[in-house]
Design a protein around this ligand. Sequence first.
Ligand code: ADP
Length: 263
Amino acid sequence: MKMLELQQVSHYYFSKTSYTKALENISFSVQPGEFISLLGPSGCGKSTILSIIAKLMKNTSGNIKIKGEPLEKSDAEIGYMLQQDYLFPWKTILDNILLGPKIQKRYDETIENQAKKLLQEVGLGNVLKQYPAELSGGMRQRAALARTLMNDPAIFLLDEPFSSLDYQTKLKLEELVSNTLSNYNKTTILVTHDIGEAIAMSDRIIILSAHPGRISTFYEIPIELRIESPMAVRKHPKYQPLFDKIWQSLESAKSDNETGELL
Ligand code: ADP
């Protein structure tokens, strides 16, 4: 069964005098355990798609199903990691990570050890008892990543989660996220404008064009790249030709704005 299915999803943003067509007829499905990336220029509706899947807003038209069930009826946990960390400043890093399991009443010693291990893996093993304000922006983002992983979501939405990090940290986190999500067989949608990141992490890439956001092209990542770690993918002979092809697709995906006056 498909984990997620979007059928002819369109979305408009309205103001009193005008409208913006943010999405037009977006249709794609995601298999359980699949990692897909939405790649496209600013304004092509990437964040709108994630906000709709996360139930933060309702699409204007079209259907969305999770495990065959309409999105509005599904109680599947959706993990959403954004550029901002949204850590609680009055809680230690460890307590921030353990908050989800505690609310879900699945907290025990194993979970605490898992949280500590996860924090260790993202390089925060020595700041468990510190507060978010004592950490750098990059460290806080790593803590937010660990927190999302701890909630064990059915679908994992990542909205440019690495964009504020330095390059080395970003590559290490790509490895960590990729390995962890693959180990847990998580279904993931990553929004990014970084072609390399999309190739390095995904099974499939969906290229969107802007104004209105439409699907332009689908790319299956070759198996030779999918079995490699994100760091190794970038050194693979098939990486650069694919990067160049996707670059061309993004260039040709540019189109005119469709914004109008309401009568
Ligand atoms: P992306 O994440 O790809 O940059 P968005 O989903 O943020 O794109 O935006 C898609 C389109 O919808 C853009 O044209 C943007 O200006 C418009 N848009 C996004 N949010 C709003 C909003 N709250 N009100 C009006 N227009 C919006």
